[in-house]
Design a protein around this ligand. Structure first.
Ligand code: CIZ
Length: 335
């Protein structure tokens, strides 16, 4: 890096002024005293994004300073995949699926250790064994998996379109990987037989039905929105079940005065900004992997152009077919 490239990370009146728009968006969820810590990074990242012609993707689970401060594309995995495939930026920060869809682009991940318990629960060899065991059943794979696992699959899905993807295949049974609870939820919504795998999201599997009943006792009138990666007793105790995008749509139409989002903790902070009249009760199960992604690491990724996501071209081509089949199904009913 040349001296001209060096970024001074100081809280100055100019930084305050240049980042005022971002703070205005998140003032409901971030104490003012915290902003001077984040603002110099937000300011520097914005500058480096312009230099690199880069876009930053942020899932609904990223922290508010990333989601509202520096992200260009936000939402659930389906929205991120759709929009990342369409961007004309040269550099995309975050997400292997972006590299699968746009192999010619530079895709950076700010922390190589930012994994996922679902992705870690299954390998390509497992998928091949399942295919041998159930040769008539196509494989539907959640996006939270490795490129190698996607490459062994017929089609991918997200929480928002899992039911629609399964039904689009028009077959009596499918293998559904790797989230057992999402698979059980899909089974409850379709006549297609679902062959399950026992992968779990470490954030969602921790919620219990008792916890939901306790939220209701402590916060009378609370509306409970649960993610389908939660265990069945949690879903049974909830008022609404849906993906993060589905939760936002539900909030928009139902406008509850008090709500608990039974999902990753940052989601409530990110959407609270959009629904100022709603009180958000926060159960706060944090994803330790998502939380490895921080503003200083994003800045470093853009400056050093690392860590570059590489997917072996043959694997990427097969994985791309599965992701594109999902994109062709789209959002369906939008759960
Ligand atoms: O589909 C996704 O993005 C995931 C993993 C959860 C959700 O509901 O957004």
């Amino acid at each position: 890096m040349t001296t001209m490239d060096a970024v001074e990370l100081r809280w100055t009146p100019e930084v305050k002024r240049r980042t005022a728009d971002a703070f205005a968006r998140m003032r409901r969820v971030m104490p003012e005293i915290e902003w001077p810590v984040h603002a110099p990074y937000v300011d520097a990242i914005r500058e480096w994004k312009a230099r690199r012609n880069a876009v930053i993707l942020a899932h609904n689970y990223q922290t508010p300073e990333i989601f509202h401060g520096v992200a260009d594309i936000t939402g659930d995995s389906l929205a991120l995949a759709q929009k990342a495939a369409a961007t004309d930026a040269d550099v995309i920060v975050m997400a292997e699926t972006a590299k699968i869809l746009s192999p010619q682009k530079t895709v950076l991940i700010p922390d190589l250790e930012a994994g996922c318990s679902l992705a870690a629960s299954i390998t390509a060899a497992h998928v091949r064994l399942l295919r041998e065991r159930y040769p008539d059943a196509p494989v539907v794979t959640y996006v939270n998996t490795s490129a190698e696992v996607k490459a062994e699959s017929d089609v991918c899905c997200t929480s928002a379109n899992a039911v629609e993807v399964v039904e689009s295949l028009r077959v009596p049974r499918v293998i559904f990987l790797p989230d057992e609870y999402l698979g059980r939820y899909v089974a409850s919504q379709t006549k297609t037989e679902i062959i399950l795998w026992q992968g779990h999201c470490e954030v969602h599997e921790r919620f219990t039905g008792d916890e939901i009943r306790s939220f209701r006792r402590q916060h009378p009138g609370v509306s409970v929105l649960a993610h389908p990666e939660c265990p069945p007793d949690v879903l049974a105790a909830s008022d609404y079940v849906g993906s993060t995008a589905g939760m936002v749509r539900h909030l928009d139409s139902a406008r509850p005065s008090r709500v608990v989002l039974v999902t990753e903790c940052s989601m409530a902070d990110n959407v609270a900004v959009q629904f100022p009249e709603t009180e958000f009760v926060k159960p706060c199960n944090l994803c330790p992997h998502m939380k490895r992604i921080t503003l200083p690491k994003i800045l470093h990724a853009l400056q050093a152009m690392e860590h570059r996501v590489e997917v072996e071209p043959k694997v990427a081509a097969r994985a791309r077919r599965a992701v594109e089949r999902m994109l062709a199904v789209g959002r369906g009913a939008g759960r």
